[in-house]
Design a protein around this ligand. Structure first.
Ligand code: AMP
Ligand code: MG
Length: 334
């Protein structure tokens, strides 16, 4: 073989190997954002170019699952199971899906451990504030809230072998559903063969394999950050009062303290790290209501749960083992 031919074969070989390594070895990240559950949902998957087509299919499947969960669990969707339960006041055993049972039992569990700070029957009170109770004088507010408080309460959810019975209350899974949906979406991505993935539903994130850096924005300046966490096969959920206000003075927001009927006022942001999104989500809402001291006690009493809490005066509280996840080089002075 001539020297020239040898060189050509060598170049072809190099090009071939390069193409193969780009296809099979060089990692690519696929990121897609859509709108579900009243917020932005972003799915990120690490893969190689070779299985890019399958990644797109898996992401589609994961989004479809989130859409399904939104429809099934929505407070307002007339075709959903929550709507049926709330309208009839009960569901017989045959009608109760394992998914609904799981979510309601989790909700009641977090109501119990949080001493009632987490309460999925809170919706009528949230609605009163949303519809303008904040414009009324405080005497009327007190009266209306007291009256409504006497009608709600998670203890009026009865779940047993006969099914689910609601004693005059309605269920709103808004404080737990996003974390659950993120768990399910990640499970689907993993089942499709993509373990290195992150699902983010409006700040409730569930991470698979690999190390994922989660940046916690400064609630007073969303372009800035408080800290960051490195997580792998964990969930991170944040509840904040800086996103959804009903009044111009930004006091009335969407997380209600069921013990008082007023919007929870001690925290501005609570981030929870837990094994699953469902737990991180429910706990973020619970701790937001409990406030920093009680909230931190609860978090420190639970296994594999950590928290970063920012109170109304911008003090930052960290749970005992948060440093396992926190990227200290990334600290700001906030
Ligand atoms: P999150 O953003 O996860 O903290 O959830 C906030 C949502 O949970 C609200 O929009 C309500 O639907 C619902 N919610 C508000 N207050 C509570 C509460 N004390 N317990 C359970 N769910 C709540
Ligand atoms: Mg929550």
């Amino acid at each position: 073989m001539s020297h020239k031919n040898k060189s050509i074969i060598f170049i072809i070989l190099i090009v071939f190997i390069s193409v193969l390594s780009v296809m099979f070895v060089v990692p690519i990240k696929t990121v897609e954002t859509r709108n579900y559950m009243d917020t932005f949902v972003t799915i990120s998957v690490d893969s190689t170019l070779f299985n890019k087509k399958n990644v797109d299919k898996a992401i589609d499947k994961a989004f479809s699952e989130i859409e399904r969960i939104e429809n099934v669990l929505s407070f307002y969707n007339e075709d959903g199971i929550i709507y049926a339960l709330n309208t009839n006041g009960y569901l017989t055993k045959e009608k109760v899906t394992p998914e609904l049972e799981y979510l309601i039992k989790k909700s009641v569990y977090y109501s119990d451990v949080s001493g009632g700070a987490f309460d999925v029957t809170i919706h009528p009170i949230l609605n009163l504030w949303k519809e303008g109770l904040w414009t009324e004088d405080s005497e009327r507010q007190n009266r209306v809230i007291k009256d409504e408080l006497s009608r709600i309460g998670y203890k009026k959810i009865l779940i047993d072998d006969n099914g689910i019975f609601l004693d005059g209350v309605k269920i709103d899974l808004g404080g737990i559903a996003k974390g659950y949906a993120a768990d399910r979406a990640l499970k689907i991505l993993k089942d499709e063969g993509f373990d290195k993935a992150l699902v983010n539903i409006g700040g409730d994130m569930v991470a698979g394999d690999g190390v994922w850096k989660i940046v916690l924005s400064d609630p007073d300046d969303l372009d800035n950050y408080i800290t960051s966490f490195n997580i792998s096969n964990k969930a991170v959920a944040t509840s904040g009062n800086y996103e959804r206000y009903f009044d111009p003075s930004k006091k009335i927001h969407h997380i209600i303290d069921p013990r008082t009927g007023y919007p929870a006022s001690e925290c501005i942001s609570v981030t929870i790290i837990a094994d699953k999104g469902i737990d991180a989500d429910a706990l973020a809402t619970s701790v937001f209501v409990l406030g920093p001291e009680e909230g931190l006690n609860l978090v420190n009493s639970l296994d594999n749960v950590d928290a970063l809490i920012i109170d109304d005066d911008r003090n930052i509280y960290r749970s005992n083992n948060l440093s396992k996840f926190e990227d200290l080089q990334f600290h700001s002075n906030a």
